[in-house]
Design a protein around this ligand. Sequence first.
Ligand SMILES: [Zn+2]
Length: 340
Amino acid sequence: MPVSLPDNLTFDQDGKFISLLKIPNSTNTSGWGSLLLPVIVVRNGNGPTVLFTGGNHGDEYEGPIALRKLANELKPEQIQGQVIIVPYLNYPAVLAGTRLSPVDGLNMNRSFPGSPDGSMTPMIADFVYRELVLRSDVVVDFHSGGNSMVFEPCVVIHHLEDTEQMKKTVAAAQQFGAPISLVLRELDSKGMLDTVVENCGKIFISTELGGGGCVSPRTLKIAENGIRNILQHFEILPPDNEVVPETRFMETPDIGSYIMASQEGLYETLVGLGEPVLKGQIIGRIHSLTHIDAPAVKVHSQIDGVLITRAGRASVKNWDTIAVIATDLDVSEFDVNLAV
Ligand SMILES: [Zn+2]
């Protein structure tokens, strides 16, 4: 049984519509039960459509909190255009506080474009792709590192083949106003929401706003400011000032940016997030839990740059990502017109 569209889910009428998407969820304790996933649509007249999603991974919280606030506070008369809000994209994972869905064990961000006949995660992905992504001009998907990683707060975009699409995406990332705007080439982009949106020629922005299963006042503020800045950038909200937010464009240039644990143990980080590092510098140590007299394993940076990610938990396993080093990126070639 596929997802049932609520009667009040409409994209063609002005107003604010809070709908609950009914997703069949037969369990041992609720044979004919369903999960009710909130989808909020706010529309006023003609204009661009922006889709905001949070909870793609269930252990990342700035998006769900900021979007829940937006869903409750945004009024149709404030905007020109349409705002679609899904605060808890992988709702079972958000309810469980886990990265993956406890229902089918799947990663939402490897399940797009989804399937109406699949298990719950691809079923939700299919609805989001067909009903929400295809009618949107811009998609902003909030991530925050999760339980296992912590980030210096950043917006994440990708290197795109289409120059015009890249220019618009760089301009939107700039305007979001996170401390860092990270331009990535994904090693494994299949099944990501990012990929299906970008392949439609639309503007896609993701974030990594902290992590470790926590929310801080700083990271939540970045999310809330970013939402407002994006709505102003696309002229859905009127601008309230002319200040261009500051951000530092960076990239992860090669495999040397990603540092994996060479053994399991306790990871001692020696460098703070956002701090510069030099090639060869010892940035951390792994302490064995099985050999009390074994020397700690030194972890070196492979490149000059800035530490933007570290392990979110001291206890690490072999080949966990324990550090990511980024370098500055010159985006002047994209001729970003910031006076929107
Ligand atoms: Zn995530």
